[in-house]
Design a protein around this ligand. Structure first.
Ligand code: FMN
Length: 219
């Protein structure tokens, strides 16, 4: 076992904590899912750092059970769009329940997904059900929770950098495993276009639940 190493953070004054938390909330509260992207290029280094941030998330037994596939290749983006739209056509034409379609109506989404080709980068998040090593399979723990956390870090990093994202789930997403030639232990969970919003992009006028609806306090 490796020896433990010291860890400390500066102790900030309460006023500074309050300011930091409020500022971060104000910054994160401006994050929105956009569906209308610009094709303006984004530096590769930005995407690399965003993924490093995502991979700094906590994970069960520190297994980091994720792979981020980064796609800027136009031919691959085209293949992904075609396959995603094929699934989404089936979803909107019958696989989704009436209730689901009613819930989606305010978002104005449909089976057409041009943003998959327009956004400069796609990041596909894969979960690793287990890891494959020369001596066989190694278990991963709390894979869904861990990958969900990494995806949250990813979206926060994208926003903090000044870019926009769309959390997209054109399910079933096994076409991504095939197109991106992933090994048998990986399952696609999210397809995330990343880039700048198109000029004149709009978003649904959504409200977020107030604090007292999303939290209970025992004080
Ligand atoms: C797990 C998950 C799956 C989603 N799938 C889709 C999707 O397939 N297509 C889409 O347009 N938006 C999708 N969204 C985006 C949500 O519609 C969006 O987050 C929600 O409406 C709130 O809007 P906001 O992100 O702007 O706050 C998904 C979000 C999550 C967290």
């Amino acid at each position: 076992m490796k020896p433990f190493i010291p860890y400390s953070r500066p102790i900030l004054a309460e006023a500074k904590l309050i300011e930091n938390a409020a500022n971060f909330y104000a910054q994160m509260d401006t994050r929105r899912t956009i569906r209308d992207f610009s094709d303006k290029p984004v530096p590769r280094q930005v995407i690399a750092d965003i993924i490093k941030t995502a991979s700094s998330a906590p994970s069960g037994a520190h297994k980091q059970p994720w792979t981020f596939a980064v796609i800027s290749n136009p031919e691959m983006k085209r293949k992904i769009r075609v396959a995603a739209e094929e699934e989404e056509q089936k979803n909107y034409a019958g696989r989704m329940s009436e209730e689901w379609l009613r819930d989606l109506a305010p978002l104005g989404t449909d089976a057409s997904k041009p943003f998959i080709e327009i956004a400069p980068y796609l990041i596909v998040v894969f979960k690793r059900a287990y890891d494959i090593h020369p001596d066989g399979k190694h278990k991963n723990y709390y894979v869904n929770e861990s990958v969900g956390l990494a995806a949250g870090f990813l979206l926060a990093a994208i926003h903090q950098a000044g870019l926009c994202s769309l959390t997209h789930t054109p399910s079933p997403m096994n076409f991504l495993e095939k197109l991106l030639e992933r090994p048998s232990n990986e399952r696609a969970v999210l397809l995330i276009p990343v880039g700048y919003p198109a000029k004149g992009a709009t978003v649904p006028d959504l409200e977020r639940k107030p604090l007292d609806e999303v939290s209970v306090w025992w004080e």
